[in-house]
Design a protein around this ligand. Structure first.
Ligand SMILES: NC(=O)c1ccc[n+]([C@@H]2O[C@H](COP(=O)([O-])OP(=O)(O)OC[C@H]3O[C@@H](n4cnc5c(N)ncnc54)[C@H](O)[C@@H]3O)[C@@H](O)[C@H]2O)c1
Length: 385
């Protein structure tokens, strides 16, 4: 009988995930799939997961293939078998967990938004900078092939100088009045719809069109209380918001986010109009990008559909043969592969500095919606420190 050869891969990079809900599952999936996509210097292994409910976190750990659980995230941070603390809990917990993970010299990946306020985000940034640890914010949508291609085409000049940037994010998460109260309706834990959905769009705006100068926003809450524990609890977040944007470059923009849009599940669009062309992405067709350029043959006037899955496109060669497409989960596998492919030399991106820059724009929109005036990003940064 011949011996079965033992194959050893790269050394383990041990991850502790705080939270076992939707993002705990998505991040676990990402670490599993990343080594299938790219040859990495380390193999990500989720060693432990934390959750306040012992039975629930244990059940999740079995499903996600995680060998250990704890009920206190501080215990997770202090474990010797954790190199990376991956924060997948509600926004109101992010900054504190990130600060304590950095103090324990652990690398930190934090789900978006980085914090509830710019002040908290700046404190988290200061903590990881002081500790000199790797840090990243989970802006996973920028790692979809079509969004990455959109950024690349903008950088290569396909649209010329950006003049207009426009985005909408429509969801029906809060549309049904019968949906009960949970942390997402509590501003002190879930943050606003501006920060929840808007943080992804603002991240894309900043990395496509550059820094923002100022914003003017409005926000509304249509259902003021929700059923909770036999009674009702007040809703302290907006159901929807919209904003006018001014970029430092002089470009103008608009952004609308809503969790009150009936029969719209997670429909987001991003469009850029430049001096020489237009690019349009719609998440409902996430493997496609629409492009029209001023130099195109006039007989073909209009926008053409690019299949953002050609091997020459970002991420595409690592996935399936052209025509098969990728999905939401792929963005988390791309995220894990991107972060770990340069370990430990390469810093992570987008880091807490980008997360704090996004937070400054969120704060400016929230302040504008409350005060009814234009608010500059500089004003938020000056008052937050
Ligand atoms: N990148 C994305 O596509 C995406 C999608 C959804 C959510 N998110 C973000 O991920 C984070 C988690 O969202 P989710 O949808 O996974 O939520 P979820 O409700 O599915 O899971 C939240 C987890 O945090 C735990 N938790 C709740 N309150 C806590 C507290 N006070 N202290 C410690 N743990 C607590 C819960 O037990 C659960 O394990 C949020 O910041 C959210 O904005 C990102």
């Amino acid at each position: 009988m011949s011996a079965v050869p033992i194959i050893t891969g790269p050394p383990a990079l041990r991850v502790g995930i705080v939270g076992y809900g939707l993002m705990g599952k998505a991040h676990s999936y990402g670490y599993r799939v990343a080594p299938l996509l790219r040859r990495l210097p380390v193999t990500p292994v989720v060693t432990v997961m934390s959750g306040r409910d012992a039975a629930a976190v244990a059940a999740a750990a079995v499903a996600y293939g995680v060998p250990a659980t704890v009920t206190d995230w501080r215990e997770l941070i202090s474990r010797d078998d954790v190199d990376v603390v991956d924060i997948c809990t509600p926004p109101g917990t992010h900054a504190q967990i990130a600060v304590e993970a950095a103090a324990a010299s652990k690398a930190v990946l934090c789900e978006k938004p980085l914090a509830l306020t710019y002040r908290e985000a700046a404190a988290a940034l200061a903590a990881v900078t002081r500790a000199g640890v790797h840090n990243a914010v989970g802006f996973n949508y920028r790692r979809l092939p079509a969004i990455a291609l959109m950024r690349r085409m903008i950088a290569e000049g396909a649209v010329g100088e950006i003049r207009l940037w426009r985005a909408t994010w429509l969801s029906d998460e809060f549309a049904d009045p019968a949906t009960g109260w949970d942390w997402r309706f509590d501003r002190a834990m879930g943050g606003t719809t501006i920060a929840d959905l808007g943080s992804h769009l603002i991240d894309m705006a900043l990395c496509m069109a550059g820094p923002m100068d100022s914003v003017c926003a409005q926000a509304a809450t249509f259902i003021g209380e929700r059923r909770f524990e036999g009674g009702f609890a007040p809703v302290t977040v907006d159901d929807a918001a919209s904003a006018l944007l001014r970029f430092e470059s002089g470009a103008r923009g608009t952004m609308e986010v809503a969790r009150a849009a009936v029969r719209r599940p997670c429909d987001f669009t991003v469009e850029v109009n430049g001096s020489r062309g237009t690019l349009l992405f719609s998440y409902a067709r996430l493997n496609e990008l629409w492009y029209g350029g001023a130099d195109d043959d006039i007989g073909l006037y209009g926008m053409r559909r690019i299949r953002a899955e050609h091997p020459s496109h970002p991420y595409a060669a690592q996935w399936w043969p052209i025509g098969q497409g990728v999905g939401y989960g792929s963005s988390f596998a791309n995220q894990a592969a991107d972060l770990l492919s340069g370990w430990p030399e390469e810093p992570w991106t987008p880091g807490f500095a980008e997360g704090a820059a996004v937070q400054a724009v969120c704060d400016a929109m929230e302040t504008s919606a409350e005060s009814g005036r234009w608010v500059s990003i500089g004003e938020v940064i000056a008052s937050g420190l």
